[in-house]
Design a protein around this ligand. Structure first.
Ligand SMILES: [Zn+2]
Length: 348
């Protein structure tokens, strides 16, 4: 067993504090990773604070992990010591299960989350990337293209794939009008990715305060949703709307911005259910759908796409001792656009 150092939540109402724990001995198919950076995802906060009601403590959050391989098991073929690698939201799935579908494994019941879960044997808790090392099966480790800076690449592992997967599934590309609803950690990745895919990209944000950033990152148009005129001007405009916000919004008003056959896809999860009127869908053969992260196969495809197009996240780097303050700022949307923890600060 190797000793790992990190930060953990010890119950729903306490701040994260330093925590020492054991990582398992690597098996033949495992990769040992020295973690260099870990992104801070809004779902880390939900789980650290037990807002989804399924939290186990102590919990080491973090599923936007990047680092360097320090050891590999005897049967590992894809990675070698020194490689730049990433780990996203899950570290195992239903291996050997007849229903395992490599294109859709993120939706399989046997999924093992990177933290706040138990490894396949059901005993050892999984601990995430707010720590200095992790041991992960080769099949769940991703290659980070050499040209991408590791710190800003970290958020690709969750925020990046969360937007890439629905953009690909709904065929974002030239001639398509795509709206990204929300200009935060997820939304700004959607702007960059949809632009690189060749779509005509519109940001729908509460105000115009981030307009300059949005246009710089690849948006063609930028509208404030606090302005009622926006909903008149854009009625029937979009092929695809990706909703990254988890606030309570009037979905009917947004569905009305879709063209005939258009789709609105939710990647954020509002706390309460929101009424949708059938008339928002039926007359335009419109769809309301959801999407969650992506498979390992698709996550690697996304990373390679980002390598080709030089896409990374816009980040604010923090020391791990600043994590509790960072959580408060995420809740106020006071970050441009993703916090990334410099894991070297654990040793300071
Ligand atoms: Zn996440």
């Amino acid at each position: 067993m190797a000793i790992a150092r990190g930060y953990a939540a010890t119950d729903a109402s306490k701040p994260l504090t330093p925590f020492t724990f054991e990582r398992r001995e690597p098996n033949a198919d495992d990769v040992v990773i020295s973690i260099q950076y870990c992104g801070v995802c809004h779902s880390d906060i939900h789980q650290a604070r037990n807002e989804w009601g399924n939290s186990h403590y102590p919990m080491v959050p973090g599923h936007e992990i990047v680092g360097t391989v320090t050891a590999v098991g005897s049967s590992v073929t894809k990675f070698k010591i020194g490689d730049h690698v990433g780990v996203g939201c899950f570290v195992d799935s239903c291996v050997g299960c007849a229903a395992r579908d490599l294109d859709n494994e993120q939706y399989m019941p046997g999924l093992v989350q990177t933290y706040n879960d138990f490894e396949a044997a059901g005993k050892t808790p999984t601990y995430g990337g707010y720590s200095d090392s992790i041991v992960v099966k080769e099949g769940y480790v991703l290659s980070i293209p050499d040209n991408l800076p590791l710190d800003a690449a970290a958020p690709l592992l969750c925020a990046g794939i969360t937007l890439y997967s629905p953009l690909r599934h709904w065929n974002a590309g030239p001639g398509m009008k795509v709206a990204i609803l929300g200009m935060g950690g997820l939304g700004h990745m959607g702007v960059k990715l949809a632009h690189a895919m060749g779509a005509d990209v519109t940001v729908l944000s509460q105000s115009l305060s981030k307009k300059e950033d949005g246009l710089r990152l690849g948006a063609d148009h930028y509208y404030a949703t606090s302005d009622a005129e926006t909903f008149k001007a854009l009625a029937g405009t979009f092929d695809l709307i990706i909703c990254t916000v988890s606030a309570e919004i009037d979905w009917n008003a947004y569905l009305n911005l879709l063209k005939v056959n258009g789709s609105m896809v939710l990647v954020g999860v509002p706390e309460h259910s929101v009424p949708v009127h059938a008339f928002s869908l039926v007359p335009g053969r419109r769809s309301l759908a959801g999407s969650m992260i992506g498979s390992i196969k698709e996550t690697q495809e996304m990373l390679d796409f980002c390598g080709e197009h030089n896409i990374v996240s816009e980040i604010e780097k923090i020391n791990i001792s600043e994590i509790n303050e960072a959580y408060e700022r995420v809740l106020k949307s006071d970050v441009r656009y993703r916090f990334v923890i410099d894991i070297a600060s654990l040793k300071a």
